[in-house]
Design a protein around this ligand. Structure first.
Ligand SMILES: O=C(O)CCC(=O)C(=O)O
Ligand SMILES: [Fe+2]
Length: 414
């Protein structure tokens, strides 16, 4: 092959390779996972994500450290630089030098609030590179600070501390606020949707997931074949998720994280009922089970999250401004179209609930109180997927048409 032709071919292939944005997105996704699930670099390399050891060499460690530093996550920056340095010392060849790692250790230890470690790292940096004038200056500044500052306990940079976000705790399975007494009042039953003829012969398995606000789970409400059809219909149309934001207008939001990367995505699509008989069937099934009218509901939204993909705490109701004549999203039906090896639960930080991903089941709750007010307790989030691929489908049911199906209340608290 002629050189020119070869170069042309390379150009053609080049766009398929991950871009810098992809790599930064992947790194950012890994750091999100580390924060949420309290993972150290060695957990990542020994297989927390894929289930088998993942080789991340010194270059990857350095990239992760730099991305973490840029996001002011200095502990993670330190730990990744430490990991990279360890690999160099074990003899792994690398284009990143010891000096570069020591520089990251020095700044991140200082920014994190561990001055002695910052001094040790900078001292080593100067030892490695005695001509490095800026490093020598930094070292004397650190030493001076050490002498003049009132001693405070050094923050332990080697131990990850959980943040005080109840969303992240719930994702790790901590802080679930259910008491045994309340638990005893949660039941499973076969439901006919209040005597719906279509469910008389084939009642659905209904389980109380939560009491207040009530959250129900319906098991086996969609077949393997139907789930496969939804995925097949969605795949060619999936695009980065956009979320409505009253302040920002409609647009791609970082709320549901895509990061534009290969490794860390949430893609979604709305499917019309006319697209396939499966969609009309699902709408009908939801109507039968919930007893609500589907006329004003949104189209079915199918979404897929890759590793690191998540959806930050939000409510599904639109409330202000009430945009559509079909009024607000009175209720949500969230169908799980896949299992997830690890991570990805749906959590409710205000009430301390965590719903596990369970393929073929759907969860249902009201976003609005009977008074029409938004129920703040329905704030919820999709936890980052740690291992696997998560598929869901959302049906948002609107107020219009439910006037005779769900009684209103004059009390603001019901
Ligand atoms: O992914 C989840 O578990 C939650 C998704 C969600 O809340 C939404 O799509 O509105
Ligand atoms: Fe939601």
């Amino acid at each position: 092959m002629e050189t020119e032709e070869y170069v042309e071919r390379l150009d053609e292939e080049f766009y398929k390779l991950p871009s810098q944005t992809d790599l930064d997105g992947a790194a950012s996704g890994i750091i999100t996972l580390q924060e949420t699930y309290l993972l150290y670099p060695e957990n990542i390399t020994s297989g927390a994500i894929t289930g088998k050891p993942t080789f991340l060499g010194p270059e990857a460690a350095y990239h992760l450290a730099m991305v973490a530093k840029e996001q002011k996550k200095f502990q993670h920056a330190f730990l990744w630089a430490w990991e990279g340095l360890k690999q160099l010392e074990q003899g792994t060849l690398s284009t990143v030098t010891k000096v570069e790692f020591l520089a990251v250790l020095s700044t991140s230890a200082f920014e994190f609030g561990n001055l002695p470690l910052a001094i040790i790292s900078t001292q080593q940096l100067v030892n490695q590179d005695p001509t490095n004038e800026p490093a020598r200056n930094v070292l004397s500044t650190f030493k001076l600070l050490y002498r003049v500052l009132t001693p405070t306990p050094n923050r332990d940079i080697f131990t990850l501390q959980p943040s005080n976000s109840s969303y992240e705790a719930l994702c790790r399975g901590e802080g679930i606020k259910m008491t045994p007494r309340r638990q005893r009042a949660l039941f499973c039953r076969y439901s006919t949707g209040g005597g719906n003829p279509r469910l008389m012969y084939a009642p659905v398995k209904e389980e109380d997931e939560w009491d207040n606000p009530p959250i129900k789970r319906y098991h086996d409400i969609i077949s393997e074949k139907e789930m496969a059809t939804l995925k097949t219909l969605s795949r060619p149309k999936l695009s980065r998720t956009s979320v409505y934001h009253s302040e920002e207008g409609s647009g791609i939001s970082s709320n549901r994280v895509s990061q534009g990367s290969l490794a860390c995505v949430s893609y979604s699509v709305f499917l019309k009922d006319v697209e396939d008989p499966v969609l009309a069937r699902i709408s009908q099934r939801i109507a039968d089970i919930t007893g609500l009218d589907m006329e004003s509901a949104d189209r079915l939204q199918v979404a897929n999250y890759g590793v690191g993909g998540h959806f930050k705490p939000h409510t599904d109701s639109l409330v202000r401004p009430r945009l559509s004549i079909t009024q607000d999203r009175i209720a949500t039906v969230l169908i799980y179209l896949s299992d997830v090896q690890s991570g990805g639960a749906t959590v409710f930080p205000e009430i301390g609930a965590a719903l596990q991903v369970q393929k073929g089941s759907a969860v249902f709750w009201y976003n609005l109180l009977r008074s029409g007010e938004e129920d703040d307790n329905t704030l919820h989030a999709g936890c980052p997927v740690l291992n696997g691929s998560k598929w869901i489908a959302n049906k948002w049911i609107h107020e219009r048409g439910q006037e005779f199906r769900r009684q209103c209340s004059l009390s603001a608290f019901e």
